[in-house]
Design a protein. Structure first.
Lengths: 881, 109
């Protein structure tokens, strides 16, 4: 018979399935009746004959199944299992929903975090062969990575053999002329080969050509995709058009692709060639560039570093004044782009993994409890002829069904979690994290999710089978095996609970340490009062204000007009606001001290007379600048405590003089005052020596304004801008923000806040899951021991004894969980010490607090079952059996 | 006395052979095999039914409900043409096997 006709016969049977069953049942019944009658006819008593006929016939259920399996398609039994599984889960909806919810939560969170890790750490940078791209920079004793000077860059480019191309970039800003007035826009100056080194081609127009970056070259610009859309309406005829930057006319020659992003200068709207040397770039000692190099085939990063170091050493010999102590730093470009977020992401990945683990353990113990309560059912089904394989298949089907539902829900949760995580990142920060635009449910995350789903399915299928294989059918039927089976489950269940509690402890300790770091970070001594401080940055067009006296007049006018505003207490002007960076540094030399050409690097700031008063920074000795400290007087300098301690140990710096490396007479300035350290760099950086010069002495075109207000500092920001434009509509203003917001949005604060909240959230969920797990174990064990407790109480045990008995079990589990957890937590926290600030991994207060929190939560969770146990009515408990 | 187990794979053949004489219901088939073999061959009666379903599916037998002599409704199985062919095939295979076994056993030691 061909398999084709067989298939159709099966198909015809499928449609007559009910009839098939009833016919089979009827003829089997007929058969038994005939045998019975025959036996009675041969003289057997009726009741015996009935039994004998049945025995002779065999297990009818089993035979029916067997007959059915001949005519049925294989998937029919799967469908049957599935139907039964669905019915089971619907019957225990609470259990099913809990398991699915926990699984979805654990999976969703970890998949979402993985999507971020994938976008940041696994997906390559969006450049051609990105692993061959190196960040090339100088370094010195104070900086592991510092800017290149233009002359050094040109020598490095000429002398090296490691890189097939080496290109430099530098952030800058221009006042763009727009119909609504001048607008400051961020931009970047790059060398001609910058885009070809990255392997990026403009989608419109052309790239810079070789030689177009030389001083005196034509003023041309390439637009970022966003700028092309926003400012030029995505028009194709934009190529060849001109625009006005800082009063100069630039011709647009190209538009970059939409996916192009260069994190070190992510917000640049325009890219222009390096062209003319700025004042800084004409000096070898002034550093303002970074470089990107593409390694030649076969050259390792290490070899490139060695070569660049050798070149730097050669230049140090050649130009000792500027290059002594200046080394080279070469590292993969990916390092500097994703470097700061890497420890955060890895920590979050581990934390979400732990959450997933605790969720799985929780679901596994739920399944165990359930398989325990289904012992009877399994035994009955086994006795009725279900084979062990068939029984296992039923449980696997149920487990898989749960896993599939949980994982599908998990994917939804992960998408939802990704959206939420995205909204947690402020837009101003997001623009500097280009990988965020690639976060999503992609190939890698889908693979990750499938792996998680597979593990979950395996876990959910195997757990009850593991339990089943230990089960003796007769035990289940007789219910006499309760003691042994109960003990078995208690042992596994208890171990699972200890694991859950330990993981919860690890996450709680992690969250506690991160929280404490975050608190410490936000409470570092700033050296000034950040409240009621409004700040903004300004650009004065050099065309309108070419001369120093014009700039000075502008600064004085700004101070006067802003100070006159209602609610303004004082106004300070500076070259750089505090809590930005240890940057814009200067090399100093103290007159009368031994000097061997070393680079004494200090932060250099130009400030107005009222600046320190506006910040409420503290003057320690001497005096501050006055209105008279301008170019008509000799140059003065105010130093911070750190500088005084480092360069004037044990002496009075007031009246001493500071100059540049060769003590050029024009560079000499006299120390007139010492202020308490104002934190110039970011919150988690060390305090640096800083010098403050009078901005009235040599005013620039770019500066920042700090305004101390009596009322709401946020509300005054638009008023400030309006007033400034009232002075001169051509002034560019940008970056208006309150000092508190500015501090909160610094990268270090954001990274700490992000990790604190997320790990804290995970820890909270873990705590709940762990404690619920504990409750489950204790409550189960109480329900199993109801009879025992009844006997004890009937024999005279006090309620307090029963309480003690139950609480002792819970206490022991909690204690084991806490101890194991604390040990693991210290180990785990040591691994994330990069994220800790001002707190040690073994911080006793945090560890103690976590132990107390977990212990009290556990105590509360086990009190309920203990109370139930103690209120057992002995008579009822004994009668129940 | 313990009765010998049925040779594996022979149940189908016994059923087909029994039905080749006359249509019978399941109980009748069991009784007939028992009687004809002088009580030597007994099938575990229930196992007849899965086998019958298999034969039905293959199209070697067909079934219809009829009344018995005692006026009870019973399902009677009839051999089909395909079943007769199948019986011939199985018989010849079985005979070949028996002959082979006989030759091996009659070999002088």
């Amino acid at each position: 018979m061909s398999s084709f006709t067989l298939f159709f016969n099966k198909l015809s049977f499928l449609f007559r399935r009910n009839r098939f069953r009833s016919e089979l049942d009827e003829e089997m019944a007929f058969h038994r009746e005939q045998s019975e009658q025959e036996l009675i006819a041969s003289g057997m008593p009726a009741d015996q004959a009935h039994m004998a006929a049945r025995r002779q016939f065999g297990n009818a259920t089993h035979l029916r199944e067997q007959s059915h399996s001949f005519v049925a398609f294989r998937w029919e039994s799967v469908a049957q299992d599935l139907r039964f599984a669905l019915r089971q889960l619907r019957h225990n909806l609470g259990f099913a929903l809990t398991a699915i919810f926990i699984l979805a939560l654990g999976m969703g969170v970890s998949v979402a975090i993985f999507a971020f890790v994938d976008a940041a750490l696994i997906e390559p940078l969006p450049y051609f062969a990105p692993n061959r791209l190196m960040d090339v920079a100088e370094n010195s004793t104070m900086f592991t990575r510092s800017n290149l000077s233009r002359e050094d860059y040109e020598d490095w480019k000429r002398l090296n053999h490691s890189f097939s191309s080496l290109d430099a970039y530098s952030g800058t800003g221009y006042l763009l002329r727009t119909p609504s007035g001048p607008e400051p826009v961020p931009a970047a100056r790059v060398t001609d080969g910058f885009f070809s080194t990255l392997g990026v081609r403009p989608i419109l127009g052309r790239d810079f050509r070789s030689g177009e970056d030389r001083p005196g070259g034509a003023k041309i610009a390439i637009l970022s995709y966003g700028t092309w859309q926003k400012r030029f309406g995505s028009r194709n005829d934009v190529i060849g058009q001109s625009m006005t930057l800082d009063g100069d006319t630039y011709t647009i020659i190209g538009v970059l692709p939409r996916e192009f992003a260069f994190a070190p200068r992510a917000n640049a709207e325009f890219y222009v060639p390096l062209l003319d040397k700025s004042e800084c770039e004409s000096r070898r000692s002034c550093h303002n560039l970074f470089a990107v190099g593409r390694l030649r085939d076969g050259v390792s990063p290490q070899a490139a570093l060695e070569e660049m170091k050798a070149i730097a050493a050669q230049l140090a010999v050649q130009f000792p004044g500027s290059n002594q102590g200046q080394g080279a730093a070469v590292q993969p470009l990916a390092n500097i782009i994703i470097g700061p977020v890497k420890p955060v992401l890895l920590t979050l990945l581990v934390a979400s993994g732990l959450l997933l683990l605790i969720a799985s353990v929780n679901v596994a113990s739920l399944l165990l409890v359930r398989s325990e309560s289904r012992r009877r059912e399994i035994s009955v089904r086994g006795a009725l002829g279900a084979t062990p394989i068939r029984l296992s298949r039923q449980f696997i089907t149920e487990g898989l069904l749960l896993a599939v539902a949980g994982c599908m829900a998990g994917v939804l949760v992960s998408k939802w979690a990704m959206t939420i995580l995205m909204t947690l990142i402020p837009a101003s920060v997001a623009i500097n994290i280009p990988f965020l635009s690639h976060v999503g449910f992609h190939v890698h995350s889908a693979l990750f999710a499938s792996a998680v789903a597979l593990l979950a399915a395996g876990l959910m299928a195997v757990t009850p089978i593991l339990r089943l294989s230990f089960l003796d059918i007769r035990d289940g039927l007789g219910d006499g095996g309760r003691a042994s089976a109960g003990r078995f489950w208690e042992r596994i269940g208890a171990n699972l609970v200890i694991a859950e509690l330990s993981i919860a402890v690890v996450l709680l300790v992690g969250a506690g340490l991160l929280g404490k770091s975050f608190y410490r970070l936000l409470h570092v001594d700033l050296g000034f009062d950040p409240t009621h401080l409004a700040t903004l940055q300004m650009a004065a067009p050099s065309k309108s204000y070419p001369k120093p006296e014009q700039k000075l007049a502008l600064l004085r006018e700004i101070t006067r007009r802003l100070s006159a505003l209602p609610g303004v207490q004082s106004v300070g002007i500076t070259s750089d606001l505090p809590v930005q960076c240890n940057c814009d540094t200067d090399w100093i030399r103290i007159v009368g001290k031994p000097f061997h050409g070393e680079h004494n690097e200090v932060d250099e700031r130009d400030v107005s007379p009222a600046y320190f008063a506006t910040l409420k920074a503290r003057l320690i000795r001497g005096r501050l600048f006055t209105e008279d400290d301008d170019a008509s007087k000799s140059q003065k300098v105010v130093i911070n405590e750190a500088l005084a301690q480092k360069y004037f140990p044990g002496e009075d710096p007031i009246g001493k003089r500071i100059g540049n490396g060769n003590l050029d007479p024009k560079s000499l300035r006299e120390v007139i005052g010492i202020v308490a350290n104002v934190r110039e760099g970011s919150l988690d950086e060390d305090l640096w020596p800083s010098e403050y010069e009078a901005i009235y002495f040599s005013p620039g075109n770019f500066f920042s304004i700090a305004v101390r207000t009596s009322g709401d500092e946020k509300a005054i920001l638009p008023v400030l801008i309006k007033t400034l434009h009232g002075i001169d509509p051509n002034l560019g203003t940008y970056g208006e923000i309150t000092m508190i917001d500015q501090i909160n949005s610094t990268q270090s604060a954001l990274l700490h806040r992000f990790s604190t909240w997320l790990v804290g959230g995970f820890a909270g969920i873990a705590l709940v899951l762990g404690v619920v797990g504990l409750y489950g174990v204790v409550a189960y064990s109480v329900s199993q021991r109801t009879r025992e407790i009844g006997v004890r109480m009937a024999l005279g045990a006090q309620r307090s004894t029963v309480y003690k008995m139950v609480m002792r079990q819970a206490g022991w589990l909690t204690f084991a969980g806490i101890v194991i957890g604390l040990v693991c937590a210290v180990g785990a926290s040591t691994l994330m010490d990069k994220l800790l600030f001002g707190v040690q991994a073994w911080d006793a207060a945090t560890l103690a607090l976590v132990a107390v929190v977990l212990a009290s939560a556990s105590l509360a969770a086990s009190f309920l079952p203990a109370y139930r146990a103690a209120s057992v009515n002995p008579t009822e408990a004994l009668r129940a059996e | 006395m313990k009765k010998p187990d049925l040779l594996p794979g022979t149940l189908d053949m016994l059923i087909l052979k029994t039905l080749s004489r006359a249509p019978l219901h399941g109980y009748g088939i069991a009784q007939s095999i028992k009687r004809v073999s002088d009580d030597v061959l007994t099938v575990e009666e229930g196992s007849l039914y899965p086998a019958l379903q298999r034969l039905l599916l293959q199209g070697w037998v067909k079934a219809e409900w009829k009344m018995t002599e005692t006026n009870r409704r019973a399902r009677f199985y009839t051999l089909t043409a395909a079943g007769r062919k199948q019986l011939g095939l199985e018989l010849s295979q079985f005979e070949q096997m028996m002959a082979a076994i006989g030759r091996v056993l009659s070999e002088p030691v």
